[in-house]
Write a protein that binds this ligand. Structure first.
Ligand SMILES: O[C@H]1[C@H](O)[C@@H](O)[C@H](O)[C@@H](O)[C@H]1O
Ligand SMILES: [Fe+2]
Ligand SMILES: [Fe+2]
Length: 314
């Protein structure tokens, strides 16, 4: 027979054990909940990131109204100084002269330290931007010549080391000189300070050009596009579409905003398609993670050897 006090002890003991177990269960539940919450937060972050990668919030790029003073000042200076006369003279100066001899990879390494003052979307050195662009093209399975075009498209920024006056004559969006400054160019009001703005002959739709004369016959504001186009037109076996991607990649008023149709010939529409296919890789790869230069070198060196081998003249 069990006596009453013993029963009480027994019940107390059992109750205590139960409490301990239920505390343990509570603790496990808290841990489970914490885990679940942490997992949900991680998942949301992951989804947000991969969504950003998949569709890239395109409104996050090229926000010139919100841009910092560095960018605004850059364009004010460029739009003031890119006159027709300057453009004619600088081309004369560049014709038939050689500034340096080096390989494509050496040129890329030189650009490592250069940060583009006109660009609101990237503050990495240019070698990274070049590899980001090329890798984005490669990921999409585009042809090797297009990958290489991505790799070299901004090498014209070497102008910065070849006596450029600043960056206003090297980087930034391009536009046509010798006719009316299109209102499709960013910060169009800044052209009021350009001497050509007050020359009525240069401010008609056609200016110095014939209707549908073709963009080959038009002067684009001088900078890295015109320069790399000229260097590689003469010294590579890249196809015409690649050369157009080089020459027009900064020509946003044309390839994005539809300006200058009246100067285009039929072939220019073919080139426009090529440039439109190229542009997203240049622009939207700017938020990709930094490429590992050393790991990628071998792959890209083979493409360089195929289309632009050895030392070239700059
Ligand atoms: O600021 C950028 C940069 O200079 C690029 O290299 C050029 O291609 C773009 O057009 C421009 O917006
Ligand atoms: Fe560029
Ligand atoms: Fe670029």
């Amino acid at each position: 027979m069990v006596h009453a006090p013993e029963i009480t002890d027994y019940v107390k003991d059992a109750a205590h054990k139960l409490d301990v177990v239920s505390d343990e269960v509570d603790a496990v539940n808290v841990l489970k909940l914490q885990n679940k919450e942490a997992a949900a937060a991680a998942a949301a972050e992951f989804d947000a990131e991969s969504k950003f990668d998949a569709e890239k919030d395109k409104t996050a790029f090229r926000q010139y109204e919100d841009a910092c003073d560095r960018v605004k000042n850059f364009y004010a200076e460029q739009h003031r100084k890119q006159t027709l006369e300057y453009n004619i003279n600088i081309r004369k100066q560049f014709q038939n002269t050689v500034r340096a001899r080096m390989t494509i990879w050496e040129a890329m390494e030189l650009l490592e330290k250069l940060v583009d003052e006109s660009d609101p979307d990237t503050s990495v050195g240019q070698i990274e931007h070049l590899l980001q662009t090329a890798e984005a093209i490669r990921r999409d399975g585009k042809p090797d010549w297009m990958q290489l075009t991505g790799l070299v498209h901004d090498l014209g920024k070497l102008l910065c080391f070849f006596g450029a006056e600043g960056q206003w004559d090297v980087v930034g969006d391009t536009f046509v000189v010798g006719c009316k400054f299109s209102d499709k160019i960013i910060y169009p009001e800044t052209f009021k300070e350009n001497p050509d703005y007050n020359d009525p002959k240069l401010q008609t739709e056609l200016g110095i050009y014939e209707p549908n004369c073709g963009l080959d016959n038009v002067l684009l504001s001088w900078g890295h596009d015109e320069y790399i186009y000229d260097v590689l037109r003469r010294q590579s076996t890249l196809p015409k579409a690649a050369l157009s991607m080089l020459r027009y990649h900064s020509f946003y008023p044309w390839h994005r905003e539809g300006a200058y149709r009246h100067l285009m010939n039929a072939d220019d529409y073919e080139q426009l398609k090529a440039v439109e296919a190229f542009n997203p890789y240049d622009l939207y790869s700017k938020s990709d993670s930094p490429p590992k230069v050393d790991e990628l070198k071998e792959y890209y060196q083979a493409l360089i050897d195929k289309y632009i081998p050895g030392e070239i003249e700059w």
